[in-house]
Design a protein around this ligand. Structure first.
Ligand code: SF4
Ligand code: SF4
Length: 82
C-alpha cells in the first residue's frame, strides 16, 4: 500500500494561515509531503486538501514568517449532552 496507510484513522488536523504575515515564498506549498496546499493568484497557500494533513509540522516549522499554525482536530464530530 502507499504511505498513506500509515495515517492514524480519525486523526485530523486543521491548517490556519495568517495571510497578512505570508509573503508568498511558496515553501509550504512546495514541500508539504501531502500536497495539502495550492497557490492562489498571489502565490499564497490555499488549503486544498485539509484531510490529507498528517500533522508533520513541516510547514509550521519552516515558514519564515510564522504564518502557519497546525492543530489537531478532535476526532468526535458531535457531543452528547448529559
Ligand atoms: S503539517 Fe505537514 S502534512 Fe500538514 S500541511 Fe503542514 S507540511 Fe503538510
Ligand atoms: S511558507 Fe509561510 S510565507 Fe511562505 S508561502 Fe507558506 S505561509 Fe506564506
Amino acid at each position: 500500500m502507499t504511505a498513506k496507510a500509515k495515517e492514524k484513522p480519525g486523526r485530523r488536523y486543521s491548517q490556519t494561515i495568517f495571510y497578512d504575515w505570508c509573503k508568498a515564498c511558496g515553501i509550504c506549498i512546495a514541500f508539504c509531503p501531502q500536497e495539502v496546499f495550492r497557490p492562489n493568484k498571489q502565490g499564497k497557500p490555499v488549503v486544498a486538501q485539509p484531510d490529507q494533513c498528517t500533522g508533520c509540522g513541516f510547514c509550521e516549522i519552516h515558514c519564515p514568517d510564522f504564518a502557519i499554525t497546525i492543530a489537531e482536530r478532535p476526532p468526535q464530530q458531535h457531543k452528547e449532552k448529559s
